[in-house]
Design a protein around this ligand. Structure first.
Ligand code: ACO
Length: 353
């Protein structure tokens, strides 16, 4: 079963979410990519001055050397809009040509309106439908899956903007060394286009998305929602910051990403050696190494966790944009992307570039 939160500004029939099954040929491809990385860098050396940690501990345990931090007045929708503009330019289209905007985020500007609606305004898109989708770090792949379902459904959206954007540092307790070293801020965006040509090969080869609410407690922000509305007490107790059972999350991450990748390869009848790039969620170098080793493709793994840390739903998107813009991806290449996140959620997707 798939579980995620949709914050919609418009009404969507339920059936469209059930249609993300590869069936008829629809010819949807990734036409453009973009990213936005905030300017300010927070290095491990900087963190040494803030909490009792060391560059050696952080690099050995996580592979992270630095992360980028959004400015105080910079919001998730600001970053998302900048990534979106880069993707539109890369695709060679204008914002008014977009039919639907989906933003994956756990750090929306507000509970409502949706971050997607704010992005629509900031990029100057028309009055297209917009909604946020929340599946934590698995969110971008969930959103790719949702976008495919909507484009292949009778609604037949032609061009969809899919964005993963996070200001994770807004959820970080800068006095908690076990979590504050892990996260960074960023956004990535994609223009998906159904060009109407039956000869066009879909980007979506196969997908696997799942969740297990039994593990909801290992990764969460306790207060701020209906379970614990904000109060002086919740602020004093630092309950608006993210809490994580690190070792358990590590274990579940390796298991769920490996299984999801294997399921996708099996569904599509693809030999893992035919994969051009493996793009895992960049949470921790040791998690990535463990998954790559189990799949037998360590040499195909794309890594940038050292430069950005964990940017949640932006992380896989940044990797794909870097690969695309550096010319390391060619049309027809197969990309195996995989992620895990709070929920616990997981997702894997085999993408044809
Ligand atoms: N610097 C120095 N020491 C530290 C630090 C730090 N930054 N953080 C923790 N320690 C200490 C602990 O206090 C502990 O000390 P103790 O033994 O005296 O009690 C020791 O290091 C070991 O702590 P562990 O938590 O067991 O360390 P571990 O090897 O498991 O690494 C880590 C911790 C990096 C958090 C790891 O568990 C991990 O990566 N987990 C997965 C996290 C993740 O991927 N989260 C992503 C989800 S985010 C999302 O979905 C929105």
């Amino acid at each position: 079963m798939i579980c995620y939160l949709i914050n919609a500004d418009v009404y969507f029939p339920v059936y469209i979410f059930l249609s993300a099954q590869k069936g008829e040929i629809v010819g949807i491809r990734i036409k453009g990519t973009g990213r936005y990385i905030p300017e300010k860098i927070l290095s491990n050396d900087d963190l040494e001055k803030m909490v009792d940690t060391s560059d050696e501990w952080i690099v050995t345990r996580t592979g992270i050397k630095e992360r980028h931090i959004a400015a105080d007045d910079e919001t998730t929708s600001d970053m998302a809009a900048k990534a979106a503009k880069a993707a539109l330019e890369n695709a060679g289209i204008t914002a008014d040509m977009i039919d639907l905007i989906i933003v994956s985020t756990v750090t929306p500007d507000h509970a409502f309106p949706s971050t997607a609606a704010l992005v629509q305004k900031k990029i100057g898109a028309g009055k297209c439908p917009c909604f946020d989708q929340e599946a934590a770090c698995s969110g971008l792949l969930y959103a790719f899956n949702t976008a495919y379902g909507l484009m292949a459904s009778p609604l037949a959206y032609k061009r969809v903007l899919v964005i993963g954007a996070e200001k994770m540092t807004s959820l970080v307790d800068w006095t908690d060394r076990s979590t504050c070293v892990l996260f960074g801020d960023a956004a990535a965006a994609f223009v998906l286009e159904n060009d109407g040509n039956p000869e066009t090969e879909d980007y979506y080869v196969a997908g696997e998305v799942g969740a297990d609410g039994e593990w909801a407690d290992i990764l969460r922000v306790p207060a701020g929602g209906t379970a614990m509305p904000p109060s002086h007490e919740t602020v004093d107790a630092k309950l608006h910051y993210l809490k994580m059972g690190g070792p358990k999350t590590f274990h579940m991450a390796v298991l769920s990403m490996t299984n999801a990748c294997r399921a996708v390869l099996e569904k599509s009848g693809t030999d893992v050696q035919d994969v051009t790039w493996a793009v895992p969620h960049q949470a921790n170098r040791r998690i990535i190494d463990a998954v790559a080793e189990r799949l037998g493709i360590p040499e195909k793994v794309y890594l940038n966790v050292d430069r950005y840390g964990n940017t949640s739903s932006a992380s896989i998107g940044i990797c794909l944009d870097e690969l695309n813009r550096s010319g390391k991806l060619k049309r027809g290449d197969l990309v195996l992307a995989a992620s895990f996140g709070a929920g616990l959620t997981w997702a894997a997707m085999l993408i044809r570039w």
